[in-house]
Design a protein around this ligand. Sequence first.
Ligand code: GLN
Ligand code: ZN
Length: 762
Amino acid sequence: MAITHNLGFPRIGARRELKFALESYWKGESSLDALKAVGAQLRARHWEDQAGLDLVPVGDFAFYDQMLDMSFTLGNLPERVQGFEGDALDNYFRVARGRSAPEADAQARCGGVAAGEMTKWLDTNYHYIVPEFTADTAFRLDASRLLAQLEEARAQGVGAKPVIIGPVTYLALGKSKDGADRLALLDRLLPVYGELLNTLAAHGVEWVQIDEPILVTELDAPWRHAFEDAYHTLKSVPVKLLLATYFGELQDQRYLVANLPVAGLHIDAINGRDDVMPLLNLLPSGKVLSLGVINGRNIWKTDLNGVLDWLEPIHAQLGERLWIAPSCSLLHVPVDLDSERKLDGEIKSWLAFARQKLEELRILATALNQGREAVRAELVANRAAIEARRHSPRVNNPTVKAAIAGIDAGMGRRRSPYAERAIRQAARLQLPKFPTTTIGSFPQTSEIRVARRRFKAGEIDAAAYQEIMHGEIARCVREQEALGLDVLVHGEAERNDMVEYFGEQLDGYAFSQFGWVQSYGSRCVKPPILFGDISRPRPMTVDWISHAQSLTDKPMKGMLTGPVTILNWSFVRDDQPRAVSCRQLALAIREEVLDLEKAGVGIIQIDEAALREGLPLRRSQWQDYLDWAVESFRITANGVGDETQIHTHMCYSEFNDIIESIAAMDADVITIETSRSDMELLDAFDRFKYPNEIGPGVYDIHSPNIPTEAHMVDLMTKAAARIPAERLWVNPDCGLKTRQWGEVIPALTRMVAAAKTLRTGY
Ligand code: GLN
Ligand code: ZN
């Protein structure tokens, strides 16, 4: 009997119930109890969805982030929130989001709290709150959250399997605040893990899933040893550990992993399929092998017959030691395909979301345990869907294939080097020192969202919608002029999302209504579905930008999303290399860039917010990715004349290890996210002698905190110590769409004042 289980379920809710409950609580519109009640309802519903599995995850639900949950479980709270007397969940949100201190109150006890740093969870678009360590970090168990959820799951009668993050991954993905060695904390950390596992055992738990995804990255010797240390120390706990890795291959860590003293091992049999056969030989007898055979990272139907062909012999060998599951937590896929009412029927028949993936798991398990005949109809239907997609003319467009074949090296080169372009651009744009700008979006107010919803529902026509959007653009331009910003933006009112907006206008894309995936906290993204060859039937942004430019004499930045980011934030094809899909996108966006230039737009920003997150988990594969990613950006951007200024923008990026590629993109101006790192990110640019202009973000737009002018001047002074002042821009960290006008105006007022102060000093 193959056992079925799941590693994690999307917590946000099929209708984003958690998002709305969180935001309502944060705005003070509902109580903490109401929020907790929504959490309990979602957990109950999700366990019900998974009730057919032998084991379901418990503790995968988090109000903000599973890593932050783990920090609280381990008693590792940043010093700045220790001793808080209110509700623990409220304190948790203080770490997650930061808390603003009104200036007058700065001395008061209830002063502001800086938000914890966020970063991407391995190679996904999910962001976790980075655990903070110092040499003095002490740990203390708080199992209350996990035990409470365990009790709920038990009451519901499901086979409960608590899920925690393993000690080595917890340390590896955290950050030392004082330079102290994180691994030195392992000895202090393990007793708390021991205590936690003993506590779970005392509550009758048999299996605990312990996630150690850093095992699919390259590890040096001390970190490998840490695995030996940790799991030998935990060997004596009276629960069975299922050590879970996902997202990639173990490669040369196979032997290490196979021999750790745990009862079972889960591996990603999609991205790490090459590990499976060697592991079958390495695995000590008696150990459970859980194979993640259903892709937890994409939305395509699994080829069930193909999987069975491969899995049946393994099942014959392992018997009940074989478990099957999705490759990773389903956190990274939307909840339910059945909710989709507008999705093209043909495309829909190729897809599976979280609930459908669990159904696929059920079919696989039935076929293994009772024979394929028991699920004959399901397997026949699955084969038909897989074949139909493979041969559909909607997937294959010969014109696009020909255009890709016609790309030549010249398409990726600017006419002149940066130094010459800079002179022409300065003459054209006439900007002051420390020019101020924003990253593109302004608040997406409820009026904007209501108008879009009504337009999509057919309640208002295109002309009425356009008029409302023009009103928003006019307001945005007026506000920016009043603020005294130097380079304006139109505000992106017409965009629901920086990727979906383009996906909707490109051929080869489909989009869902409810296909939300959590990005961080209450924020979700709805990745469009790249299913076929990509082309641009008509201009996508030119009318909006030209209209905005007509309202002001200041330069108006055209605003596009770059091919790499569109690719990385889409659900992409699994039937051709990512590089090929990316080049198709590059050609389509290039046409848009050239049309904007033709329309007289002098500055064009091509956002590559997600370039870094596309990096493969293993460094040995980085260069190949960077090469095609940079080439795609250059194809997109570099068809313009010297006087046209190309900007790019990147979020959350650490640049040290990719600075050469960033420079190779050759954007005239790059704006980056730096405020939370105190400008340390700029060291990489400094060391590399990065030649072009940089706008290091001076305030964190993810937090409602209003920055002070002094703080922004201080940050820019630090920046100017690294980058010549004449090549610096002043801007926020990222777009402002999630903020309110009431936050944006005071923040930008101070930012413009900071720029004026800086101009007198340099
Ligand atoms: N132009 C986009 C905006 O301002 C960029 C967002 C991003 O980088 N994530 O919203
Ligand atoms: Zn950004």
